[in-house]
Design a binder for this molecule. Structure first.
Ligand code: SF4
Length: 308
């Protein structure tokens, strides 16, 4: 079993940043994956350059949302193709020029084909207002919000379903299940009991996995949130953030400035020399103000969807 060893990284006190008040499942997964990467992204506002895989994911989500908004007998492959053409044209206007458009098209086309191989959209029974449903709750005093891809009626009761445009890879499953279980817990707090959560993988291998929502599972993910809140506060107060080096470092946009992945001396994160390293990196696009919650966030685990 791989044992992860944290490295404690002192960041610049003066640049400690403002922590988002509200968590999202993605930001929680980011924190649990590597608190230092979380700090760079959420407290400092550095963002990775979007990839073809990420943009394909957004495109496919938008097409499927619009497809399932239609009456059941209108949810055909032909309509999906039309919606794809519309969404792709809108996306083209704002696409970062560094993104490989052929790669994006290939990924989105394959994901939509995999979608139709997995279900008949005319049979999906969406709960009213169940598409891109905003959810929020305060769990044990910790605020969290998110955006559910799909809330539907299933045989067992209400089901939360999340699309993953990558393939079903076991190493990310824990993060993904935590995400949908947190949605279930939030919906439960809002008065909607969720019987099942599901992940529909549209990459390769494509499959849909479903699991029930026993109270222990919901309590466990709520516990993850509460623990992260405490650890985050401690890290922020001390300006010392654990770095968690591992296989995902190779896809991390902050690796060029990260003291945990290179034996050469790295400047203290948050200082001007550290900023310059990030600014020089082709993987970091811009620096934006810290945001409270961003449901378009891509967890670190998703960043390697573009990897071979
Ligand atoms: S390179 Fe690795 S250790 Fe450093 S911030 Fe990124 S994920 Fe964390």
């Amino acid at each position: 079993m791989l044992v992860q060893v944290d490295m404690l990284v002192q960041v610049d006190d003066a640049a400690s940043g403002v922590l988002p008040e509200v968590w999202s499942p993605s930001s929680l997964n980011s924190f649990l994956g590597c608190p230092l990467a979380y700090w760079w992204r959420y407290a400092q506002g550095w963002r990775g350059v979007p990839t073809a895989a990420m943009e394909a994911g957004t495109l496919v989500h938008d097409v499927l949302e619009r497809l399932l908004e239609l009456e059941p007998d209108e949810r055909t492959r032909e309509r999906a193709r039309d919606l794809y053409a519309e969404e792709a044209a809108a996306l083209a206007d704002r696409l970062d020029p560094r993104i490989d458009r052929d790669d994006l098209r290939a990924r989105a086309g394959a994901a939509l084909a995999n979608y139709f191989d997995q279900e008949q959209p005319e049979l999906v029974d969406v709960v009213p207002e169940g598409l891109e449903r905003k959810v929020s709750a305060t769990l044990d005093g910790v605020p969290i919000a998110g955006l559910v891809d799909r809330l539907e009626f299933a045989t067992a009761g209400a089901r939360v379903l999340d699309y993953k445009t990558g393939g079903a890879k076991p190493r990310y499953a824990g993060d993904y299940w935590r995400q949908v279980l947190l949605y279930a817990r939030m919906l439960g707090e809002q008065g909607t009991d969720v019987a099942e959560v599901a992940l529909m993988y549209l990459g390769s291998p494509a499959r849909t996995l479903v699991r029930p929502t026993p109270p222990q599972a919901l309590d466990r993910v709520q516990g993850d949130l509460v623990r992260a809140q405490g650890e985050r506060l401690q890290a922020h107060d001390a300006s010392v953030w654990p770095a968690r080096p591992g296989p995902l470092c190779q896809y991390c946009p902050y690796r060029s400035a990260c003291p945990a992945v290179d034996e050469r001396a790295r400047p203290t994160p948050g200082t001007e020399p550290s900023h310059r390293l990030l600014e020089a990196s082709p993987d970091v696009m811009r620096r934006v103000a810290s945001t409270p919650v961003d449901d378009e966030d891509v967890p670190l685990a998703d960043l390697d969807e573009g990897a071979p």
